[in-house]
Design a protein around this ligand. Sequence first.
Ligand code: ATP
Ligand code: MG
Length: 256
Amino acid sequence: MSDTILATQDLTKEFKGFTAVDKVNLQVQRGHIHALIGPNGAGKTTCFNLLTKFLVPTRGTITFNGVDITHEKSAQIARKGVIRSFQISAVFPHLTLLENVRIALQRQLGTQYHFWKSDKSLSQLNDRALQLLGEVGLRDLADEVTVNLPYGRKRALEIATTLAMEPELMLLDEPTQGMGHEDVDRVTELIKEVSKGRTILMVEHNMKVISTIADRISVLQRGAILAEGNYEEVSQDPRVMEAYMGTTDGQLQGAH
Ligand SMILES: Nc1ncnc2c1ncn2[C@@H]1O[C@H](COP(=O)(O)OP(=O)(O)OP(=O)(O)O)[C@@H](O)[C@H]1O
Ligand SMILES: [Mg+2]
């Protein structure tokens, strides 16, 4: 049985007559790691920005759990459980890891201010923060100042602060961008780990990452969906191969 958590109907974005996203019908299945890929300029970032409410669509609709969220703002969809990592959950460099996760938790509790005012709740908050740091492999570094962390670990911390907001759908924008091999492998493993019990939609260029963890892939080209399927299916699709041919990110063939 297919259970769609996020869907778009004819989602379109035009910039002064130029169509960057063209009648996209996307269906993200609950529990999946769903990847949005495509050559440079295909419309991935624009599409992602529409889904995360950084841009307003020209036409089309977006539904989350069957509810039309086309006209909602990022803060509203965040309350519904649609959380974009790395932007919303930017971390404070001069606070410790524990403090960063605690702030994210407090923000999640929002108006329930009194919950964390007493000593007892404060220690509960610390426990939960440590638990989240443990989930991303950073528990031992809880008291370290964030600015001292290597890049890959910072990304892991950002994932912990995103988890603090209890996402039902987690949106990741190029999570391994700018990382060396070791960090890429670690973050890939981490995404796989935190995907348990959640849905993840990610824009990602690295085909090794995609082939390792994506359950389903949508390939964009010139704003439209060119192909969909699992890695085997899309990587062997002649239209997809052609789309990647001669582009600077033509890594599709090199993935295996
Ligand atoms: N604000 C804007 N105004 C005008 N054109 C835009 C704007 N944003 C994006 N575009 C155009 O829309 C197209 C899609 O851009 P987008 O950034 O979504 O591609 P992408 O798939 O993310 O590419 P990349 O892999 O290089 O990140 C491009 O041709 C781009 O120049
Ligand atoms: Mg982009």
